[in-house]
Design a protein around this ligand. Structure first.
Ligand code: SAH
Length: 222
């Protein structure tokens, strides 16, 4: 398994991270691999220094450009759904944002393909993840509604911003026996997390809990 070697960067926050993992366990996350990854991933490096003292609260935080780093609970929840449902070979992530969810995925999937539409966020996340020596990640500054046709099919797809409907291109690029976890619903309205599994003949879609994500938006910002 790929893992982060902290070498002093953030060893001091180890206990704070362990407390966060314990809180997620208390809130119902059961997968110990995911909880271990949360305990070793330095979330404070994925937010601005001015708010880094809040990095181990179980809350979304602003990352600039009107976007947020997802709440740790939801990162853990989506990760465990993917980890427990099939092969952990190739995953496509839509909405790199800060890169935190990407860092978590890169520690249990063999290869991560991640797309972000906002240039400054994309470049900053890429730089951070390289500094953490996570080298199994492929980056794209692009529109996630289109997926990544050249690299399909994917064993898993995770979307970290909410469209009003599941984008057809993403369903298309899912491998047979692949699965997708995606929030769906209007901005500021009733969004729910969906878990979609693709079999030879059909798509099986389950609606899980209510969630709150920033919207999935068309087009890119340089
Ligand atoms: N997982 C990220 C979540 C960031 S918020 C984190 O924890 O940091 C969602 C991100 O999705 C934002 O950065 C937003 O710019 C991006 N996004 C929205 N629409 C997109 C699209 N069509 N393609 C790619 N990224 C998109």
């Amino acid at each position: 398994m790929n893992s982060i070697h902290l070498n002093g960067i953030g060893m001091t926050s180890q206990r704070t991270r362990e407390r966060l993992a314990q809180r997620l366990r208390d809130e119902g996350i059961t997968n110990e691999t995911v909880l271990n990854i949360i305990s070793s991933t330095p979330r404070h490096l994925f937010v601005d220094e001015a708010i880094s003292h809040r990095a181990y609260e179980d809350t979304a935080l602003p990352i600039g450009m009107g976007q947020t780093i997802s709440q740790p609970f939801i990162v853990a929840r989506m990760s465990e759904l993917l980890l427990e449902s099939g092969p952990v070979n190739r995953v496509l992530e839509i909405g790199t944002g800060s890169g935190y969810q990407t860092a978590v995925l890169s520690q249990f999937f063999n290869e991560v393909f991640t797309i972000e539409r906002i240039g400054p966020l994309q470049r900053q996340a890429q730089k951070r993840l390289r500094q953490l020596k996570l080298f199994n990640i492929h980056y794209s500054h692009g529109d996630g509604f289109l997926g990544w046709p050249d690299k399909q099919p994917f064993d898993a797809i995770i979307v970290t911003a909410a469209p009003e409907q599941v984008p057809a291109a993403l369903v298309e690029q899912l491998a047979e026996d692949g699965r997708m976890v995606i929030p769906v619903g209007p901005q500021g309205g009733a969004q729910t997390l969906r878990f979609i599994q693709k079999t030879e003949e059909q798509l099986v879609e389950q609606t899980l809990e209510a969630v709150k994500f920033v919207p999935l938006v068309n087009g890119i910002i340089q």
